[in-house]
Design a protein around this ligand. Structure first.
Ligand code: DGL
Length: 268
């Protein structure tokens, strides 16, 4: 099969309810350094974690339509909550490759020494049928303790990574997992890697933290290879961020999380 030349030079679209998916974008850029990337933060509607699956599906359709209008060749749903609520409907609606993600229960179960795994995620993810199926498949031989982290995504959206309030929430949400003896904790929301050092500080170095960003980038690489969609460019790629956030500091928070100067387009 010949390479799909026209499409292969197009950007990869990456979407999240907000800026959490930038934690996944970093892994994608590290593994696919020449791919152009177009990121969409649906921050005006964040958090998704407390919304109904139907509302999340509508937001995912709106976001995917926007990315497809930017000519993306594939979409990464860099959000556990959106994947659980909408990936099936998105795949039925669009023909381009769509890569989703789910909390890392499988690798956590394999990594745990004492068989007790904690999962930090949004209420939406934990309530979903997909999460129940994940536990059924990979959580049978371990004890899985889950904790919904209401309010934590909002702290990260505001860029308050090290604020006392953020720290208090993390202490509150990790306490039940530690009380059960979890030696491995899954960061089941793409926002949480941005407070990884705070979590580590609170739970201690003997607890292993696991997230899915690198695995998602690997899966994307595999999918693009299979579909003949990898770029053959060796140039420095364009990386563009779009956000519909109404916070005045939105662009600055994106630059902080991305870790370097970023081209950010504010959508009104
Ligand atoms: N970043 C998202 C996730 O991975 C969701 C955050 C939210 O909007 O609730 O689940």
């Amino acid at each position: 099969m010949s390479k799909n030349n026209t499409m292969s030079q197009n950007p990869i679209g990456v979407m999240d309810s907000g800026i959490g998916g930038i934690s996944v974008l970093k892994h994608i850029h590290a593994q696919l350094p020449h791919e152009a990337l177009t990121y969409f933060a649906d921050s005006r509607y964040a958090p998704y974690g407390n919304r109904s699956p139907q509302e999340i599906q509508q937001r995912c359709f709106a976001t995917a339509d926007f990315l497809i209008a930017q000519q993306v060749k594939a979409i990464v749903v860099a959000c556990n909550t959106a994947t659980a609520a909408a990936i099936t409907e998105m795949r039925a609606r669009y023909s381009l490759p769509i890569i989703g993600m789910e909390p890392a229960v499988k690798p956590a179960a394999a990594a745990s020494q004492n068989g007790i795994v904690g999962v930090l995620a949004t209420v939406g993810t934990l309530k979903s049928a997909q999460f129940a199926a994940l536990l059924e498949s990979y959580g049978r031989n371990v004890k899985v303790v889950t904790q919904g982290c209401v309010g934590l995504v909002e702290c990260i959206e505001r860029g308050e990574l090290h604020a006392a309030y953020t720290r208090d929430l993390i202490r509150q949400y990790t306490a039940p997992l530690l009380a059960e003896g979890a030696d491995t904790i899954v960061l089941g929301c793409t926002h949480y890697p941005f407070v990884r050092t705070v979590i580590e500080d609170i739970v201690g170095k003997h607890v292993t933290l696991i997230d899915t960003g690198a695995a998602v980038a690997k899966q994307l690489h595999h999918k693009l290879t299979e579909q003949q969609l990898l770029t053959d460019s060796s140039d420095t790629p364009h990386i563009t961020f779009y956000t519909n956030s109404q916070q005045p500091e939105a662009a600055a928070v994106i630059e902080t999380l991305w870790g370097q100067a970023a081209q950010v387009q504010l959508l009104l």
